[in-house]
Design a protein. Structure first.
Length: 81
């Protein structure tokens, strides 16, 4: 425990304690903000990967179905030239 004799010492001690609390609060808030930011970035990246995988699978399936049509169209265009 700190023994404070004068008003000035009490004032300085109180301001130091307030600054200490403020510093602790700011550090905690920065850590929380960084955690939220990394979580959001991680979620958006995983969603982008999932969307790209869905697009890839969709295009792969449709490519197999439409491939003969595309081949026939290509042959028709070649024959017209």
């Amino acid at each position: 425990m700190v023994i404070l004799n004068t008003k000035k010492e009490k004032y300085y001690y109180n301001t130091i304690m307030k600054l200490k609390k403020l510093l602790e609060f700011s550090i905690k808030s920065i850590i929380i903000i960084l955690f939220i930011f990394t979580f959001v970035v991680y979620k958006t990246e995983t969603m982008k990967l999932k969307i790209n995988q869905i697009k890839y699978n969709y295009l792969k399936k449709n490519e197999k179905k439409n491939y003969p049509k595309n081949k026939q169209l290509a042959e028709k265009l070649k024959s017209k030239k």
